[in-house]
Each structure stands twice: as C-alpha cells, then as structure tokens.
Design a protein around this ligand. Structure first.
Ligand SMILES: *[C@@H]1O[C@H](CO)[C@@H](O)[C@H](O)[C@H]1NC(C)=O
Ligand SMILES: *[C@@H]1O[C@H](CO)[C@@H](O)[C@H](O)[C@H]1NC(C)=O
Ligand SMILES: *[C@@H]1O[C@H](CO)[C@@H](O)[C@H](O)[C@H]1NC(C)=O
Ligand SMILES: *[C@@H]1O[C@H](CO)[C@@H](O)[C@H](O)[C@H]1NC(C)=O
Ligand SMILES: *[C@@H]1O[C@H](CO)[C@@H](O)[C@H](O)[C@H]1NC(C)=O
Length: 442
C-alpha cells in the first residue's frame, strides 16, 4: 500500500494479531490450501467450505486452549513438517473490493458519505455522478477526494470525469456498470470483487468485517439473486421492447416503448434478479474481456429490454458452464419490497433491528440523511461524522482522527458485524440448500 511509505506510518506496532477473530492457524491452513490450489468450485468444495466455516469456532477454541500452553510462535515445524510453508503465508491475505458508487443530481453529499462509510485502503473506488448533475458537483467531489489526506495517500479513490446516463428502468445502468468495471480492471490488478452501490445504499458491516469474511471464501464466488421462474407477471415485464434514451440522446427524455412485444428467448434461459450483486473479478473479466461471445450477445439482447441490470448478470452466470457453479442465490443486501410500487421502500429507524438481525452486508434504500444512517454510523460502524470508518489500519487515538495515523492496511480488526455476516454465510452454505437454489430451472 502506498500509505506505508507515507511519513504518517506509525511507529507503534499494531497491538492485535491480524484476523484475530475466528481464524486459527489450523483453520487458516485448511482454507489457505483450498484457496491456494484454485480449485474448481464444485459440490465438494462448497460442502467442505461450509463445514470449515461451520467448525471455525470449534477449531478456534481448540487451538486457543492448546496454544496457551505452548509458546506462541506457530506450529512446531517438526510436528507439522508439511504445514510449515503454509503457516508462513497462512493468515489469509485480505481480499480487495472494487466499488462503483453512483448517484444523480443532488447526490454528491451522499456519495461522499457512502465512500467514508465503505472506505478501506485496500479497496478501490470509482465515483460517478450521472449527467443530470452539474459538472461543478463532479469537480467538487474530485476536490474533496483530493484534499483528503487518507484518500490521497492510498490513491484508491477516482471520480469519473465523463459521466454516463443511467435510467433505472432502461438498459443504460448496465452500460454504466460495465464501463465502471472495465475502468476498475485497468486501474488495478489487485481487486477480487466488484460491487456497485447506488447513492441510496449503505453498509451494515465495516469493511474490516466484510474483507475478513471474504478472505475465507473462494475468490470466484458470486453473490447474485436469481430465478428462472417466469410467470405472467415477469413475462409482462420482460416482453416489452424499450429504447433507452441514455444510449443515444445527449439529453434525458422519456423511455421509448415499442407497441409490439417479443417472445422470450429460446436460445438460452432467462434469469431474473436484482440490480445489486457482488461479482467476482474472474466473472467481470469474462463479461468484458472474454473470448466467449455469449456476454456480448446477451448485451445486445438486453439493450432494449427493461431493467437490464437486474437480469443481465444472473443470465450470463447461469448460462455459462464456467460460472454456473459459482453462484450463491443471495446478494447480501437487505431491502424491503413495497409491493404496491414494485420497488424497494425506504428504510428508517424502525427497520434498524431487522437490518442488524439479517446479517446482510449492505442495505438499500435510504432517504438522504435519514436518522437511521446516523444510528448505523454510531452503533455499527463507529464512524464519526466526516471521517472514515476506523479499521485495523487506523492507529491513532480513538476519536475523529484515529485514521490519520495509519499502519499496515492488511491488518483487519473485525467487529461483531463479522460474526453476523459469518453466521449468515454459514447458514447459506451449511445445509446444502444453496446448491438446490443455484441456477435452478423452474
Ligand atoms: C452448469 O452447466 C453445466 C454444463 O452446461 C450443466 O451440466 C450443469 O447442470 C449446470 N449446473 C447448474 C447448477 O445449472
Ligand atoms: C434476494 O434473495 C434473498 C434470498 O433468496 C431474499 O431474501 C431477498 O429478498 C432477495 N433480495 C431481493 C432484492 O430480491
Ligand atoms: C418507517 O417506515 C414504516 C413503513 O413505511 C412506517 O410504518 C414507520 O412509521 C416508519 N418509522 C419511522 C420512525 O419513521
Ligand atoms: C468529532 O467531530 C465532531 C464534529 O465534526 C465534533 O463535534 C466532536 O467533538 C469530535 N469528537 C472528537 C472526539 O474529537
Ligand atoms: C437450511 O438453511 C436455510 C437458510 O438458508 C434454513 O431456512 C433452513 O431451515 C435450513 N434447513 C435445515 C434442514 O437446516
């Protein structure tokens, strides 16, 4: 990380061991093995993974009790001759997430707040304000980013200067997401997952929690809500032909609906989903750089289909042999549907307990500056207004500026949020139900 070269690098060694929550050297070794050999995500792997996650707590308690009686310098090389090498690299290196944070006119404040709430020096951020926002807003956001000593040192926050239209009901948001992912692929070779957040989303765990849990999962996992069930309601939404003005007009206008409708595809199976998902780097490379033309064929099909972003990624994933086994049918996003308006309803403080209990990593949607966001900052993220969420890399005195003194970005200090997330993921994987929900033909 760039911040290690900075003059602000702290002298005090971090007090805590990295990843001190549930992993022990033993479980790390198991999981490291799993991850190191780049196994194909098969039934066996997932079962094994589920068991591993499930037994982490048990393993931890065992190893803690044994390590308290032996010097804490790692496993005895004579006792574990083959583990030695693994142990040296065994604290799983934290992964990195590439975020697109996008908004519209009047959203620059929310975008900056969301950036602070999801910030970690290991991640990469691309901020986007669509053309309905004046260019001055984009410049203001870029200026704020530049003048923040942390972002400047880590050099991992970027602002898209040339904006894309993104009409939620059309196909332009899909184009924006692919554009952003391709910029992020060029900006860094180091990230593992792509996450696209609207300005009305907010995290429910710290990045230390999220990176910590993700460090135990295979890097090719995709968290994507999907269903192949297409009843009359779904068909009504999928059959119209639209033309998204964002794709060809320089100023925003109404969506164009053709009077005729078309049949559902028969060359491949359509999967519907939701617009939020957590996508692996290998899958994004497949969509953007792959030699298989299927992602591009689908892109052309979805160009005049409503709400393409919700359906494109699930459809590519589930129709591709390389990826159909990497999908978890849950996007780790908390949201409540308003059946009348066919959209997520705004969350408020009444929903706080439900959000926490869900074990989700993010929630959507929130109204601008809703008091529940302050509650999340206070109770979950420990974030004070205007500053980033403190993590293992922040070594300063607790308070507003604890992250102005920083140490090793790879040191995570997970909080109780990681336990909630772990529980949610263990539950997803533990009893094999995820397999029966994976790209099912209904
Ligand atoms: C994944 O694709 C392969 C080959 O097309 C197929 O045999 C398999 O059933 C698919 N798996 C799922 C879960 O759809
Ligand atoms: C995603 O899927 C999960 C589980 O299948 C469900 O609980 C959740 O409501 C879905 N989210 C959306 C936005 O559809
Ligand atoms: C939160 O929203 C729900 C549903 O819209 C509403 O019933 C409730 O009164 C709201 N609570 C607060 C504190 O605004
Ligand atoms: C943190 O900043 C807020 C305003 O930005 C201020 O009210 C508060 O006193 C500060 N807290 C500490 C511990 O410095
Ligand atoms: C399997 O996990 C799901 C949650 O993903 C849960 O609802 C279900 O009850 C579990 N089934 C068993 C047999 O434990």
């Amino acid at each position: 990380m760039q911040n290690q070269n900075s003059t602000a690098t702290a002298t005090a060694p971090p007090q805590q061991q990295p990843n001190n929550h549930f992993p022990s050297s033993l479980s790390n070794a198991i999981l490291f093995n799993l991850r190191d050999h780049k196994p194909k995500p098969t039934l066996l792997l997932y079962t094994f993974l589920a068991i591993s996650l499930f037994s982490l707590t048990l393993i931890l308690s065992l190893s803690l009790s044994s390590s308290s009686s032996t010097p804490h310098s790692g496993p005895d090389p004579f006792l574990y001759p083959t583990r030695r090498l693994i142990f040296d690299k065994s604290t799983p290196s934290p992964p990195s997430i590439a975020y697109l944070i996008s908004g519209s006119r009047g959203d620059s404040g929310r975008i900056l707040r969301l950036l602070s709430a999801t910030y970690h020096p290991l991640n990469h951020y691309l901020l986007h304000l669509d053309p309905s926002a004046p260019h001055a807003d984009r410049e203001r956001v870029a200026l704020m980013v530049q003048s923040n000593p942390i972002f400047a040192a880590a050099k991992n926050v970027h602002v898209m200067g040339k904006p894309d239209f993104a009409y939620a009901k059309g196909s332009s948001p899909l184009s924006l997401n692919l554009h952003a992912a391709s910029i992020l692929l060029r900006l860094s070779v180091g990230w593992d997952w792509f996450v696209s957040l609207g300005a009305d989303a907010y995290p429910l765990v710290t990045q230390d929690d999220l990176l910590h849990i993700l460090s135990f999962l295979p890097k090719d996992m995709n968290f994507v809500n999907h269903s192949s069930y297409i009843g009359w309601k779904e068909a009504r939404k999928l059959k119209p032909i639209i033309v998204d003005p964002g794709l060809y007009l320089s100023e925003g206008t109404e969506m164009f609906y053709a009077t005729q409708k078309r049949e559902l595809p028969s060359a491949y199976r359509l999967f519907t989903g939701s617009s939020f998902s957590i996508l692996s780097r290998s899958f994004m490379e497949f969509c953007l750089l792959g030699a298989d033309n299927f992602p591009r064929i689908l892109l052309m099909y979805f160009a005049n289909t409503p709400s393409s972003l919700s359906n494109y990624f699930p459809t590519v994933l589930c129709n591709s042999r390389q990826f159909n086994r990497t999908v978890i049918n849950q996007n780790l996003l908390y949201g409540i549907y308003d059946n009348h308006r066919n959209d997520l309803r705004p969350l408020n403080s009444t929903d706080f307990d439900g959000m926490v209990r869900s074990g989700a990593a993010f929630a959507q949607k929130f109204q601008k500056d809703d008091p529940v966001l302050d509650l999340i900052d206070q109770k979950i993220l420990c974030r004070s207004p205007g500053s980033v969420v403190p993590g293992g890399w922040c070594l300063g005195e607790p308070g507003n500026s604890s992250c102005l003194t920083w140490g090793d970005a790879k040191i995570l200090r997970p909080s109780t949020g990681s336990q909630r997330l772990e529980q949610a993921i263990v539950q997803l994987l533990s009893n094999g139900t995820f397999l029966s929900h994976q790209c099912m033909y209904e």
